[in-house]
Design a protein around this ligand. Structure first.
Ligand SMILES: *Cc1c(COP(=O)(O)O)cnc(C)c1O
Length: 360
């Protein structure tokens, strides 16, 4: 067996220990005689898995009792519609567009009401986070929306926008559990788990209780109502049961590492190794404004499409995979999520140094 260093933006690397545990429990989950994949989601054993996952997630983030945790399906993209359908009481929402995911969310919301783009960084290919300290937040906005970490462009909000008292809704798909967060600053936080937490198929929504109401837009499907899922404890219908089980293992792995402060420190150390090299390299350069750099997704270029392609190909031969940048921006992107070990980042930088020497 040869594992590579997988820099994919998502689905992405998972902790090896989690994969090993899942493998060991594959045929017989703790004496049940069956795999978690084969288990009724209404069984006591599965309820235990779900409850423990939620409790561990609550513990990691420090989620107070007035927030609900929902394990849903449909990916992050389904939330682009579910959020306006459930929260647009006045049919007005403000969007800060810092990348393609935020743009898609904004475009989707426009189907349901007035979606105002109150800030954007599109003018410079989303390579920075705009100043959000004094935006023209709409008087009757139901919420202000951000994509907190822009997976494709490698930018991250280091300070949350001033929403002028309006509820903040955040897509945290690619920075979920990468550092401590004060959940009370958010009305709703959500993320697809396939970036930093688990296998594709699960999306986690953390939502303040007072936002969960029956007062949704007319025609909202039952399956797209937060209240339905909250009232049923994420078991309205069959949940993505196996995916949630893996998420639960990742939560335990994070707890054992020391929680979110500990993983933040590791993430900062890993990112520094790569950014420090990019800052001194004569061949490679980062594409993001320094103060807005993500700890999770690191885009970089050589300046030559040909050299970029050569780099990606030769890196793969060295067991460094999925370094090609998003198809919309080109160049390279190293996603260095929680589960990417420091050795992976060091190997990448060593290889970049070698490549630089050979291609100067
Ligand atoms: C990947 C990603 C999405 C889309 O996720 P799906 O689960 O494929 O719908 C949305 N937002 C962000 C920030 C992402 O990184």
């Amino acid at each position: 067996m040869a594992r590579v260093y997988n820099f994919s933006a998502g689905p992405a690397v998972l902790p090896e220990q989690v994969l090993r545990e899942a493998a060991a429990e594959m045929l017989d989950y703790r004496g049940s005689g069956m795999s978690v994949m084969e288990m009724s989601h209404r069984s006591k054993t599965y309820q235990g898995i779900l409850d423990e996952a939620e409790a561990d997630l609550r513990g990691l983030i420090g989620i107070p009792d007035n927030y609900r945790v929902l394990f849903l399906q449909g990916g992050a993209s389904q939330q682009f519609a579910m959020i306006p359908m459930n929260l647009m009481k006045n049919r007005v929402a403000d969007y800060i567009v810092t990348g393609q995911w935020a743009k898609k969310a904004w475009q989707e919301a426009a189907k349901y009401g007035t979606a105002n783009k109150i800030a954007s960084s599109e003018d410079q290919t989303y390579s920075y986070i705009p100043d959000c300290s004094d935006l023209p937040v709409s008087e009757n906005a139901d919420y202000v929306y951000i994509c907190e970490n822009n997976t494709i462009y490698g930018t991250k909000f280091k300070t949350l926008p001033n929403t002028k008292g309006k509820p903040l809704v955040a897509d945290v798909s690619s920075c979920f559990l990468s550092e401590p967060v004060d959940i009370t600053k958010y009305a709703l936080m959500y993320g697809g788990v396939q970036k930093n937490i688990g296998p594709a198929g699960v999306v986690i929504v953390i939502i303040r209780e007072d936002l969960i109401t029956e007062d949704v837009l007319p025609g909202t499907p039952t399956m797209l109502q937060y209240k339905i899922h909250a009232d049923a404890g994420s078991l309205y219908n069959t949940p993505p049961a196996y995916g949630i089980y893996i998420c639960g293992k990742v939560f335990k792995w994070l707890k054992d590492l020391g929680g979110l402060s500990a993983i933040q420190k590791m993430n900062e150390e890993k990112a520094a190794v790569l950014y420090d090299f990019l800052d001194e390299s004569s061949l490679f350069k980062g594409t993001v404004r320094r103060q807005d750099r993500s700890l999770m997704n690191v885009p970089f270029i050589t300046g030559s499409d040909e050299l970029d392609a050569k780099f990606v190909m030769e890196a793969k031969e060295h067991g460094l995979e999925n370094l090609k940048g998003h198809r919309s921006v080109g160049g390279m992107r190293a996603s260095i999520y929680n589960a990417m070990p420091m050795e992976g980042v060091r190997s990448l930088v060593e290889f970049m140094k070698k490549f630089e020497m050979e291609n100067k």
